[in-house]
Design a protein around this ligand. Structure first.
Ligand code: FDA
Length: 308
């Protein structure tokens, strides 16, 4: 791992640094680049702004790894409030939600997570939108796909993320490339052992392309979550070659990352969905985004130095 990345990830787990960053006034500007804010109103304001530029949105209420059922319930309540808000502001046809099962109780009990996710799906249906399950580390993949299958029994539009870095993912793509099935394909963000994941980034890219081909040939709705210019180009060309019309698949990127590319793809007639995180637990998410790219850390340090 890059030494700067290790340093930032270590800082992410350090309570003193956490308090410093969370309370420094300068953090607000840096946080704003990657996180919509702390409240439902912030999430809705950012959604409205993105939608006005022709983008679509998926919203993530930040929080993960809950081993406390009260916290899991708080997360569910936050999603219910958000879905109400999207409906009320007439944004639900442009914005869906992304849910981490670990934030709604997966580590406590899979059935609790399933029931909580089902409550979010029911509210999404009422609002007129959809839900996508985020994918976490490989120890949770089977459980998440089991919950997905159960949810899809009632809500066939329920979607999930698959991670190209896992050896198993081509097979999972083939299983999920069925009519109406929404699959978000990403590279994968967790530190995984070589027994389950490709350690070499080139192998991950090759796996991404193989998985993209499977999804594009299938009958589902593939959602390509990547900022990688080469992969975007390959997916666009493969989609065209396989007769997928724009609108029959999506490109997806994180809020604040390559925003000009997001608009370029919209101009080319593609559906582009921006993953917008919000909530008070933004610190860990921000640190992961900074760790992904030294240039982001430079941006953060410049902001610190230029502080009035
Ligand atoms: P890569 O990391 O190789 O980056 C390619 C290029 O993109 C870089 O060269 C740079 O130009 C730009 N870039 C990437 N990251 C950047 C950053 N932080 N700042 C600035 N520029 C950056 N993972 C997971 O394990 N489970 C999940 O559920 C999800 N969900 C998810 C949803 C959506 C919509 C997206 C876009 C991503 C995820 N991810 C995820 C994260 C994903 O696995 C991956 O870690 C990141 O998308 C980065 O990988 P890229 O494909 O962008 O390629």
């Amino acid at each position: 791992m890059h030494p700067l990345r290790s340093l930032i990830l270590a800082a992410a787990g350090n309570d003193v640094i956490r308090r410093l960053v969370a309370t420094a006034p300068v953090s607000r500007d840096v946080v704003k680049r990657f996180v919509a804010g702390e409240t439902t109103a912030d999430a809705i304001a950012v959604t409205r702004e993105l939608v006005s530029h022709g983008l679509t949105v998926t919203l993530d209420y930040l929080g993960e790894d809950t081993t406390d059922s009260a916290l899991a319930e708080q997360t569910v309540q936050a999603y219910l409030k958000l879905l109400d808000g999207l409906n009320e502001h007439d944004l639900a046809k442009h914005a869906e939600v992304s849910v981490k099962l670990s934030a709604v109780g997966q580590a406590l009990d899979e059935s609790l997570a399933r029931e909580n996710a089902a409550r979010i799906c029911a509210a999404a249906e009422q609002a007129g939108t959809t839900v996508t399950l985020d994918m976490e580390d490989h120890t949770t993949t089977d459980s998440t796909l089991r919950v997905l299958a159960q949810l899809r029994g009632t809500w066939p539009w329920a979607g999930a993320v698959l991670q190209a870095y896992l050896h198993r993912t081509e097979l999972d793509c083939a299983r999920l490339a069925t009519a109406g099935s929404r699959v978000r394909l990403c590279k994968g963000a967790y530190a995984e052992p070589p027994q389950v994941a490709f350690p070499d980034p080139h192998d991950v890219d090759r796996s991404y392309v193989r998985c993209a081909n499977i999804l594009l040939r299938g009958e589902g709705v593939p959602m390509f979550a990547t900022h990688d210019p080469r992969l975007v180009q390959i997916v666009e060309a493969r989609a065209e070659a396989l007769g997928r019309k724009p609108g029959g698949f999506e490109f997806q990127m994180l809020y604040g990352i390559r925003p000009e590319e997001q608009l370029r793809l919209v101009d080319r007639g593609h559906t582009v969905r921006v993953y917008v995180p919000y909530g008070v637990q933004w610190y860990g998410y921000l640190m992961r985004r900074l760790a992904e790219r030294p240039a982001n850390t430079a941006f953060f340090l410049r902001a610190l130095v230029s502080r009035k």
